[in-house]
Design a protein around this ligand. Structure first.
Ligand code: ASP
Ligand code: MG
Length: 410
């Protein structure tokens, strides 16, 4: 007998019929002798609809009240799922985040989980009940309802699995696993049987939308075995696992596991600034003071005492960053401030890169042959990212998928 936490996303519970088929899936697992804790999202589109209602009143709703509103979406689905389970004779009990007591900090709209009370859920499981918990929500120390940020139900699932020391956390979604890249761009993209936490974390932060980044971090930190699978078709999905488990087969481990990409970036360049100590801070200080997150940074080698400084930010922050830099240009002694928000980042991810030289040159050669100009490069042990013009993104992804033969499994 295993204790399994299952999380079903919005599409999986998008209609009463779908909720009934989730109930049947859950009962199937229970009849195989397992204990089940089920986390559900709001019905698909519901969270957006609720945000829309608030925004119809004001563009900036009070964060506390927005959370009171958004938490209702998941309260609907826990009740409906329990109704469907009980109709089938399966004892079940629903819990909102506050009822479990998923304690969070008080950062409304993006709260972090601090503690989970597992006793009541354990008692239910021992009494043979299925426990159904609302994803995406918790309660702060003063009893205020909080939410965990968009996609937060993944994190609820993982956090419950950690608190209950579950044998596995299964994330059911509308795709049947994690792919080498987005199958909408590369038709022969391949489902990975396994991927390491490190790789998954890179994939998630570099633009793959399968799992909320925070849930992957949480799973890695608390050693929660995580599996992504489809609600709508049978299959093993993708197991997100620890590197140790893969080390044995590392000889055969492919160099690259996947290609992530995102179009959400913009780049800014400050040219002709004096090349002296402290210049990076003088440029980026005001940017970070405005709470704008900076991603890639490149500083060119100085010539005639000046240097060029380029960095990327989220595309939504582009205009504001440009304004800040222009305001400071004179003080910095910069010749020019310029920018481009039609760029995209594409990244190769793989722990196999560590032990294989030449991945980067193979990547650059392939992009060059296609006439794709690389604007910026950044690397870590397990990833290489390049910034290219947005119009080349899809060609770049297809080219690299082919050159690294990601459609073939080892
Ligand atoms: N319903 C929330 C959202 O749409 C949380 C989730 O689905 O994970 O972001
Ligand atoms: Mg989701």
């Amino acid at each position: 007998m295993a204790l399994i936490v299952q999380k079903y996303g919005g599409t999986s519970v998008g209609s009463p019929e779908r909720i009934e088929s989730v109930a049947e899936k859950v009962i199937d697992w229970r009849e195989r002798g397992h204990q089940l804790v089920v986390v559900v999202s709001a019905m698909s589109g519901e969270t957006d609809r609720l945000i829309g209602l608030a925004k119809a009143i004001t563009p900036r709703p009070t964060p506390r009240e927005l959370d009171v509103l958004l938490a209702t979406g998941e309260q609907v689905t826990i009740a409906l799922l329990c109704i469907a389970l009980e109709k089938r004779g399966c004892p079940a009990r629903s819990y909102t985040g506050g009822q479990v007591r998923i304690l969070t900090d008080n950062a409304f709209n993006k709260a972090r989980i601090q503690d989970i009370q597992a006793d009541a859920m354990r008692a239910d499981l021992d009494a043979g009940r299925v426990v159904v918990v609302a994803g995406f929500q918790g309660v702060d120390g003063d009893g205020n309802i909080t939410t965990l940020g968009r996609g937060g139900s993944d994190t609820t699932g993982v956090a419950l699995a950690a608190a209950l020391k579950a044998d596995e956390c299964q994330i059911y979604t509308d795709v049947d696993g994690v792919y080498t890249t987005d199958p909408r761009i590369v038709s022969d993209a391949r489902r990975l049987n396994r991927i390491t936490f490190e790789e998954m974390l890179e994939m998630a932060s570099l633009g793959s939308k399968v799992l909320q980044i925070r849930s992957v971090e949480f799973a890695g930190k608390h050693n929660v075995p995580l599996r992504v699978l489809s609600t709508f078709q049978e299959g093993p999905g993708t197991l997100i696992t620890f590197e140790e488990a893969l080390a044995v087969e590392s000889m055969e481990k492919e160099q690259i596991s996947g290609i992530a990409f995102n179009r959400d970036e913009a780049k800014l360049t400050v040219s002709g600034v004096p090349d002296r100590p402290g210049i990076a801070f003088s440029i980026l200080g005001p940017v970070s003071q405005a709470n704008i997150e900076v991603d890639m940074i490149v500083q060119n080698i100085g010539h005639d005492g000046t240097t060029d400084f380029t960095f990327t930010v989220h595309r939504n922050d582009y205009e504001r960053t440009l304004e800040i830099l222009k305001d400071h240009a004179a003080r910095l002694g910069a010749r020019e401030v310029s920018g481009d928000n039609r760029i995209a980042k594409l990244s190769l991810v793989g722990i196999g890169m560590r032990s294989h030289a030449g991945v980067a040159s193979k990547m650059f050669e392939a992009l060059g042959k296609e006439g794709i100009n690389i604007r910026m490069i950044s690397t870590s042990e397990i990833k290489i990212s390049v910034v290219v013009d947005e119009k080349y993104l899809e060609l770049g992804v297809r080219t690299l998928h082919e050159v690294f033969e990601l459609e073939k499994s080892v």
